[in-house]
Write a protein that binds this ligand. Structure first.
Ligand SMILES: [Ca+2]
Ligand SMILES: [Ca+2]
Ligand SMILES: [Ca+2]
Ligand SMILES: [Ca+2]
Length: 607
């Protein structure tokens, strides 16, 4: 048996036989020289034996090496789920290996100078002693320590259920914490760790995932361990439905050590995308829910809704659904945007004229060639803020409008002064008014969780409804008005955002890779470039994530940019090739695009 999400004794999700024949890309990364590493797993014998396959390409797309593990009939169940490269170029693959009744956590190290035909430098397995144990994902720090999380079956009061299991290894393969950290929830039910990050300064470790709650709900669980593996806090979020399905899927840290989590959360009308902020001490600072225009299912990437019938975990690259960044707003175009908003306000003409006079005076100051005049721009804009607040206090300005426009003006003032704002980007899929899922990307202010975009009248949205303004999100509904799912988000060195995932094209080519680039540091974001890829078999082609480079200082992941300034937007996923006989129904596909999403190279890996 293969590829399960254990969520306790009550639910274990298994793949269908048809899926079991296929291969899956599950993780990828890039090193400091632009080399690309891709891992996944494939059927050796259709339906009964699988092995892990990991490949290195150089930045021009030439295959450097490939290694399969273990190709053993005695251990027929081997699947990888995470890949990370340390600053020295050593490559680690997080996985599981075993039999239908007992798989164990597996970690493989390929050294930086690994050559085709070599054995891995080391292989470590860990057996919790009660059946299935597996790593879902991996993180790395600048000192070369490796962190993995996943689940481990454990015995609680004589009943077996899964706990979150988190481990720290050094580069020599020693388990640093002595024993893995296990988290068991209050219900002695099923727990899963889906994403992990490490604070680059404190080396505190953050894990998010899913945990069974007291009312049989599935809840978002977020845990912090210190650098020695001691659990410092664990916070749960169960959402508005008592027995709801919730799960954390991605997380990231800001420079103050606060942690942001995105996940799936059930509401009375389906699933919502939920984003949470906790400070470093574990206090929940805000929660922001997104319910799309279809008022139905909305989920961040990757999907973790195992009990809802829309589980797509086999296609995921873990922890690619959320980005935290610090940005400085460009004040001139944003001030023009604010002028347009105020000009459209339904207030008295005299009042509108007075507000616009302050904004236009501020814009004139900003554009002045005289430095002394330019310095006056924030003060004039401050007078606008003061007048807005007075109008709100007097009841002459609707509070929601006044608050939003005041927030915009304050952001522009920060932009003029060169002060950065920490923001959060979340991507996923969201049901539109026609009832099918679209790509969705949302930007929040990290200070309070308020949305930062305004996109009225975009295709696929409905008028603003209570709770979620429809116009806060960038959406993409593909040409078939069918299924489009954003499964990963990435940022380049200029702060532009990329999203990728599967998108339905038409009946002749089915689902394609769809990748898009957005200009985002603005109140009205725009599409900069798009790319669609149909495989050679013209079947289902599913992009599952980006191969990204980890900045060793910040610990954050970015689109790779080489020394000459060229971007490498590398997308990996699964694609139907021309050989459709089992077990080779699907190929690994890796595409490298340039910064304009023109294809640099493409590698199809099949057997
Ligand atoms: Ca085991
Ligand atoms: Ca919803
Ligand atoms: Ca759609
Ligand atoms: Ca296709």
């Amino acid at each position: 048996m293969l590829s399960r999400i254990a969520c306790g004794v009550m639910c274990v999700i298994f793949m269908t036989a048809a899926e079991a024949q296929a291969a899956r890309v599950t993780a990828s990364a890039m090193d400091a020289n632009g080399n690309v590493y891709v891992t996944g797993w494939r059927a050796v014998v259709a339906g009964s034996q699988w092995e892990i396959s990991t490949t290195k390409y150089d930045k021009n797309g030439n295959k450097v090496w490939s290694h399969n593990y273990p190709n053993s009939a005695a251990m027929p169940d081997a699947e990888s789920w995470g890949l990370a490269v340390d600053p020295a170029g050593n490559v680690y693959v997080a996985a599981h290996v075993g039999t239908a009744t007992d798989v164990d956590c597996l970690l493989i190290k390929y050294p930086y100078d690994y050559m085709q035909g070599d054995d891995p430098e080391w292989v470590r397995t860990w057996d919790g002693g009660y059946g299935h144990d597996q790593h879902w994902t991996i993180a790395i720090d600048s000192d070369g320590f490796i962190y993995v999380t996943g689940y481990s079956m454990q015995s609680h009061e004589g009943v077996l259920s899964s706990d979150i299991v988190t481990m720290k290894y050094d580069g020599a393969g020693n388990m640093v914490w002595g024993a893995p950290a296990l988290y068991n929830g209050p219900a002695n039910g099923g727990e899963n760790g889906f994403a992990i990050v490490v604070d680059p300064v404190t080396k505190n470790v953050f894990v998010t995932g899913r945990s069974r709650g007291a009312e049989n709900s599935l809840e978002i669980i977020t845990i912090m361990y210190d650098s020695g593996g001691a659990q410092k806090w664990a916070q749960r979020y169960k959402g508005p439905v008592a027995t709801g399905v919730n799960g954390g899927t991605s997380l990231a840290l800001d420079e103050a050590g606060a942690v942001y989590v995105t996940g799936t959360s059930q509401s009375s009308t389906g699933l919502d995308i939920v984003t949470l902020k906790y400070d470093a001490q574990g206090h929940q600072l805000w929660v922001s829910r997104y319910d799309g225009p279809g008022n139905s299912n909305d989920q961040p990437a990757p999907l973790a809704g195992g009990t809802t019938g829309i589980y797509n975990g086999n296609y995921m690259q873990n922890n690619q659904g959320l980005i935290v960044a610090t940005e400085v707003l460009n004040p001139v175009p944003e001030l023009r945007y604010l002028i347009g908003r105020v000009d459209a306000l339904d207030v008295g003409r005299g009042l509108r004229t007075a507000l616009l006079a302050k904004l236009n005076a501020s814009l004139d100051s900003l554009l002045s060639p005289n430095a002394d005049v330019r310095r006056n721009a924030p003060h004039v804009l401050g007078a606008f803020v003061n007048q807005m607040q007075a109008l709100m206090a007097e009841g002459q300005m609707p509070a929601a409008v006044g608050r939003e426009l005041t927030a915009v003006a304050n952001q522009i003032i920060k932009g003029i002064l060169g002060i950065g704002t920490t923001v959060v980007y979340v991507t996923g899929q969201s049901t539109n008014a026609a009832g099918n899922p679209d790509f969705v990307t949302i930007k929040y202010n990290a200070a309070d969780g308020s949305p930062m975009w305004n996109l009225p009248g975009q295709p696929g949205t409905t008028p603003e409804k209570s709770g979620t303004p429809a116009n806060i999100a960038l959406r993409y509904n593909g040409p078939a008005n069918s299924t489009d799912r954003s499964w990963a988000i990435a940022m380049d060195g200029d702060g532009n955002i990329f999203a990728t995932g599967p998108s339905m094209a038409d009946s002749a080519r089915s689902v394609d890779f769809y990748t898009t680039k957005y200009f985002v540091n603005t109140y009205q974001p725009a599409v900069l470039a798009e790319a669609r890829y149909d495989g050679t078999g013209h079947g289902i082609d599913q992009a599952c994530g980006f191969a990204m480079w980890r900045d060793p200082e910040s610990g954050r992941y970015y689109i790779y940019r080489d020394a000459s300034g060229k971007d490498y937007v590398v997308v990996t996923g699964n694609s139907i090739g021309t050989d459709t006989s089992a077990p080779s129904t699907q190929d690994y596909l890796t595409i490298a695009y340039d910064g304009k999403l023109a294809q640099r190279w493409l590698q199809r890996y099949y057997w």
